[in-house]
Design a binder for this molecule. Structure first.
Ligand SMILES: *[C@@H]1O[C@H](CO)[C@@H](O)[C@H](O)[C@H]1NC(C)=O
Length: 365
């Protein structure tokens, strides 16, 4: 019964996305007249190579991506940059961001990276994932990691999934119908094999169905078979082998629901009380600067803005069972001091004015 609905959706999805591109576009938003960053490497040392996995709605060689790569190359002379693609054809590559089986896509990319001579160097490469590209690169690290990733930077990624499909513009009925269909059919086997966003949709009010139906996010988060009961130790070992994991959250992100997913936060289920003891195990919470139940992302003077009043209760990274029980090596990495929680000011993927310092610090060294 769902299938016809979803086929209609398939036909209408791309134009719909085009309609609300300003809201959903995961392309890097770069204003051309940004002052050029100062050079951070002398040209006689060979910088560590970089791999970038673009976001939804973008393609590996879209103008914004090429421009970004050029800027990185200017900042780090001599750096080798590879932009991940699922298809050399630009339109098909863009389409693969919406449609396809993510597990197959990650496998394909692992084969792609293995075949690039410039990446086969000791110490591996740095990797930047834009939006959904971030959790896909994490999947690469956990499952393959050959050649290995040194620093992994994820920008506005959905590490704990999304609990809603990005909103439509007001009065955009076509978009709203499609969105409702996606939400209704999201755990169907067709959607789970074919719609990329469905494969990281994680509804806190329906976790049981998610755990049964989802074969991507639930798997890379080791939620099905946590380590304590024999989960995949390779995932944890590989993630903990990173030099640094840099998680970047966009402070005004209205595309990713909840935006705290970028920091391994997730929405609490309805009626779920965040018990006072949540996240209070002695020791592990030290150094966590947010409040117990809600992450504060903005400086105090900006906190009265209504956008933050709308957010639901968030279970922060340090209170996730995934973290506490270290299902994927995240806690190991964090306690070693190698998880960086960073913010960029602005809406989803507004890299402008923010990427320069992050790249200077963690890319190419
Ligand atoms: C764990 O993951 C690795 C890498 O993807 C895979 O080769 C292995 O079969 C998995 N092990 C289990 C127990 O699922």
């Amino acid at each position: 019964m769902l299938r016809p609905v979803l086929v209609v959706l398939l036909a209408s999805f791309l134009p719909i996305y085009a309609l609300y591109a300003p809201i959903d576009n995961a392309s890097p938003q770069i204003v051309p007249q940004v002052p050029k960053p100062t050079k951070i490497h002398s040209s006689d040392s060979t910088p560590r190579p970089l791999v970038i996995w673009h976001g939804l709605g973008d393609s590996y060689n879209a103008p914004g991506m090429l421009q970004f790569i050029e800027m990185v190359k200017e900042a780090i002379p001599g750096i080798f940059v590879h932009s991940v693609y699922l298809d050399e054809d630009q339109d098909k590559d863009r389409q693969a961001g919406f449609y396809g089986n993510v597990n197959d896509q990650v496998k394909l990319v692992s084969e792609q990276l293995t075949a690039i001579p410039e990446l086969q160097i000791e110490g591996g490469f740095d990797a930047m994932g834009f939006s959904q590209g971030g959790q896909f690169l994490r999947a690469y690290v956990e499952r393959y990691n050959s050649p290995p990733v040194h620093n992994l930077l994820t920008f506005g990624s959905q590490h704990m999934g999304i609990s809603d499909i990005p909103p439509c513009r007001p009065y955009d009925l076509l978009c709203q119908v499609a969105r409702r269909a996606t939400r209704a059919g999201v755990y169907g086997s067709w959607a789970q094999e074919n719609l990329v966003q469905a494969q990281y949709y994680r509804d806190p009010n329906n976790l049981a169905t998610y755990l049964t139906a989802n074969h991507f996010l639930a798997d890379i988060n080791n939620e099905l078979i946590p380590l304590s009961s024999g989960g995949n130790e390779t995932y944890a070992k590989n993630l903990a082998s990173l030099n640094k994991l840099i998680l970047i959250l966009f402070t005004e992100d209205k595309t990713v629901v909840p935006k705290e997913s970028s920091w391994f936060g997730s929405e609490a289920a309805e009626g779920d009380e965040l018990a006072p003891s949540y996240g209070r195990r002695p020791g592990f919470n030290e150094g966590y600067k947010g409040s117990q139940e809600q992450i504060q992302l903005v400086p105090p003077q900006a906190r009265s803005e209504p956008v933050f009043q709308l957010s639901k209760q968030i279970i922060p990274m340090h209170s996730q069972p995934l973290y506490i029980e270290d299902w994927i090596g995240l806690r190991t990495l964090d306690e070693r001091g190698d998880v960086e929680l960073q913010t960029c000011k602005g809406e989803h993927m507004q890299l402008d004015g923010c990427w320069e310092d992050l790249v200077a610090k963690w890319v190419g060294k």
